[in-house]
Ligand binder design. Sequence first.
Ligand SMILES: NC(=O)C1=CN([C@@H]2O[C@H](COP(=O)(O)OP(=O)(O)OC[C@H]3O[C@@H](n4cnc5c(N)ncnc54)[C@H](O)[C@@H]3O)[C@@H](O)[C@H]2O)[C@@H](O)CC1
Ligand SMILES: [K+]
Length: 488
Amino acid sequence: MIGLHTVAEVRAAEAPLLAALPEGALMQRAATGLATVCLRLLGQAYGSRVVLLVGAGGNGGDALHAGARLASRGARVTAVLLDPERAHPAGLAAFRRAGGRTLAPEAAGPALDRADLVLDGIVGIGGSGSLRAPAAALVQRAAAGPALMVAVDVPSGVDADTGAVEGAAFPATQTVTFGAVKPGLVVGAGRGYTGELHLVDIGLAEHLPAASTSQLTDADAAARLPLPDADDDKYSQGVVGVVAGSAIYPGAGVLCTGAALRTRPGLVRYAGTAADGVRSAWPEAIVTDGRPGDAGRVQAWVVGPGMGTDDDARSVLAEVLATDLPVLVDADALTMLAREPQLVRRRAAPTVLTPHEREFARFGSEVGADRLGAARALAADLGAVVLLKGEATVVADPAGTAFVNGTGTPWLATAGTGDVLSGIAGALLAGGLPAGEAAAVAAHVHGRAGQAAAAAGPLLAGDLVRHLPEAISRVRGQRPGGLPDSGP
Ligand SMILES: NC(=O)C1=CN([C@@H]2O[C@H](COP(=O)(O)OP(=O)(O)OC[C@H]3O[C@@H](n4cnc5c(N)ncnc54)[C@H](O)[C@@H]3O)[C@@H](O)[C@H]2O)[C@@H](O)CC1
Ligand SMILES: [K+]
């Protein structure tokens, strides 16, 4: 698991190291890692043109020390000092000793226009608010040029904790971050400014607390996707019940049931008015056109996609939520639930809600720029797991544990993909995964299926269902069609 650490956690972890190490040692570690990444990107330092954008704090110090290293390797390095009186003294001295030259912001345009690499040391974890005027103009000029755009620690203008971007921010092709990945690099608007992420170890790990926010890797997801063993039968893998779609619009029922089948083909039961459509699409499912209570025993329910919001739908939702089973609530069922949130508040069994931004807002507050904070707040308020879809899907549980999803493709923003996500998550809930993990693993696998489907061009939601077995194999580290290593 990749732990995501807040600015406060990073600062607290730095404190004992700063006290124990000689002055400047931590910054030297950061600058060495930063220069190493820059050298690799440049291919050849000698003769290359590098421009540093240098703010008044430690972030500028990192850029100056790294710039000194590049200059000593033969690069032509220019530092644009945004606040010359306050530029990091030791960094500036090292930079000048190495032969670097400085420029005032007003004179920096031509150098930015022909730079090979621009290093953003304007502001790091000490930043607040949007970029100030001269910095914003320089960032804009650099972005219009041909240079590789490398952010130091955090792209300036991005809130390291939340990913919020209020105004201009540095659009990095690469971000070299120190000690720990900050949430703002992988969530919300910030994710779009980070580019490729490099983590430099400066020795913080043993001082960091256990992360309350994480990102799953393929290995983490695979560990939560158990393979059936010889003792399993169709019931022991978990039976999921699906209530989705309608007689006129059976599509949501077909997609949701298909995704559940393809995730854990133990047993999927369907109950609802799309019964005919589901039966003909998926003969493997056990289908009734009756109520959830007529479907037979299940270990978890998925309720909502395309089911409508009329009185019948409302009573079906209430019936499912009155069970003592895990329930995933999506789409139309979220709309109904937002009118009667007590239906979820009084549940003892786990509930997972999977809103997009508009559905989220129906529960009383907008998502806003802090997506993790918003998901955590709603999860705590309702006592349910909240999976908030969008710019990096986030999952939060009522106790405050959260996940930021790292997989996916913009092609997933198309009709029906949410129904597929619900089917995957429902199958994992029925298999017994804790609700927060089921939601996080589902988002991970869904994103991988999207990537696999998008490789063949624009994707439809049905393509996701077809690519699920391949995506799950890849998450497990197997080649498509390959068999797991059966051991000695
Ligand atoms: N403390 C240390 O020894 C270490 C610090 N490190 C670096 O130092 C950074 C933190 O340094 P600081 O605490 O000095 O803070 P920063 O350098 O991140 O930012 C503080 C400066 O930025 C200015 N600023 C704040 N918001 C701004 C905005 N919106 N627009 C323009 N300027 C703005 C402030 O006036 C202040 O001068 C880290 O991000 C990292 O890059 C690393 O070298 C690791 C070790
Ligand atoms: K920066």
